[in-house]
Design a protein around this ligand. Structure first.
Ligand code: 8IG
Length: 272
C-alpha cells in the first residue's frame, strides 16, 4: 500500500481493535526521558506493540521500544506513543510520521510532541522544559512531499503560521507558568552540531536544537490536529559551554528529569 493516509487508517483500525479504545482525545509522542515520566499517568489499560500495526518500522535506538499505550486520565482518552523513529535511523519521512498519522486517524485531535534536545540559550539549564513556539525545519524534507494527498485530505500547501497551537500554548502558560517558550531547530543528525552550526541556528532565532518533532508537527497539522511541542533541554548545544557533548550524559539527564516530566504531563493532560 503506497498511500500513506490509507496505511495510517489501516493501522488506526488495528489499534482500535487491539487497544479496545474506539477513539482518543489526545496523543503524546514520548521522546527520550519522557517515557519514564509518563508512568505518572497511571497504568495503561492497553499496551500494543507497534510491530502488530501496519506500516510501523521498529526503532533502532536502544531503550526505545515501539508501543502505543492507551489510558484514560481524568476522563481524557490518551494514546502514548513510545519508540519514535527518526530520519537518522535511515527511515523515510513517511515512516517517521506514520505513528502521528495513525493516532490522529484514531481520533486524537490534539497531539503533544515531546523530545529531548540541546539548549542554545545559556540561561536555560539542562533539565528545563521549554514550550516550542515555532520551528525551523532544517531537515530538507517534508512529510507532504510527493503526490497530492487523496480526497478528503487537505492540500499539501498547508499554512504553518500557527503550527504550534496558540490555544494550547496559552493553556500551558496558565497551567505551568514557569515554562518558557523557544524556537526549535530540527536537523537530521545523528551527529551533534559543530559550534559554528549552533551559532548559525542561534542567529536564525533558534533556542533549541534536535533531531525529531518538526516532521511530525507538519504531518499532524496537515491532518487538522492541534500541536503542542515540549522540549526537555538535556544538554547545552555545542559551543554554548566548553564541555563536549556526551550521549550517555544526555540519557542521564532524561532519567534525572523523569519524575518532573511525569508531574508536568499529569498537570497538563486534564486541561489540554
Ligand atoms: I538530547 O545538542 C539532544 N538532542 N541536534 N543537538 C541535536 N539533537 C540533540 C541535542 C543536540 N541534544
Amino acid at each position: 500500500m503506497s498511500d500513506p493516509y490509507a496505511l495510517a487508517e489501516r493501522a488506526a483500525a488495528q489499534l482500535r481493535e487491539r487497544s479496545g479504545f474506539d477513539r482518543y482525545d489526545l496523543a503524546i509522542v514520548l521522546g527520550s526521558g519522557w517515557r519514564e515520566g509518563a508512568d505518572a499517568l497511571g497504568t495503561p489499560q492497553s499496551d500494543v506493540a507497534t510491530s502488530e500495526l501496519a506500516g510501523f518500522v521498529a526503532p533502532t535506538v536502544a531503550g526505545h521500544s515501539g508501543r502505543i499505550l492507551s489510558l484514560r486520565y481524568e476522563g481524557v482518552r490518551v494514546a502514548l506513543v513510545s519508540g519514535r523513529v527518526h530520519l537518522y535511523e535511515g527511515h523515510r519521512v513517511d515512516q517517521v510520521v506514520h505513528p502521528v498519522r495513525t493516532v490522529v486517524a484514531a481520533g486524537a485531535s490534539r497531539v503533544v510532541l515531546t523530545n529531548a534536545c540541546g539548549g542554545i540559550d545559556p540561561t536555560i539549564a539542562p533539565g528545563s522544559v521549554v514550550v516550542i513556539r515555532d520551528h525551523l525545519n532544517l531537515t530538507a524534507t517534508s512529510p507532504l512531499e510527493g503526490p497530492a494527498p487523496p480526497e478528503p485530505y487537505g492540500s499539501r500547501f498547508v499554512d504553518l503560521t500557527d503550527l504550534y497551537s496558540a490555544r494550547l500554548r496559552q493553556v500551558v502558560a496558565a497551567a505551568a507558568p514557569e515554562l518558557t517558550e523557544g524556537v526549535y531547530a530540527g536537523l537530521r543528525g545523528p551527529h551533534y552540531e559543530t559550534p559554528a552550526e549552533i551559532a548559525m541556528v542561534a542567529s536564525l532565532g533558534a533556542s533549541l536544537v534536535g533531531m525529531s518533532t518538526v516532521l511530525e508537527a507538519i504531518a499532524a497539522r496537515h491532518l487538522g490536529a492541534e500541536v503542542l511541542g515540549l522540549g526537555l533541554v538535556s544538554n547545552f548545544a555545542a559551543g554554548v559551554t566548553p564541555a563536549p557533548l556526551n550521549h550517555l550524559e544526555v540519557l542521564d539527564a532524561g532519567r534525572a528529569a523523569a519524575a518532573a516530566l511525569g508531574a508536568l504531563l499529569a498537570r497538563l493532560v486534564p486541561v489540554l
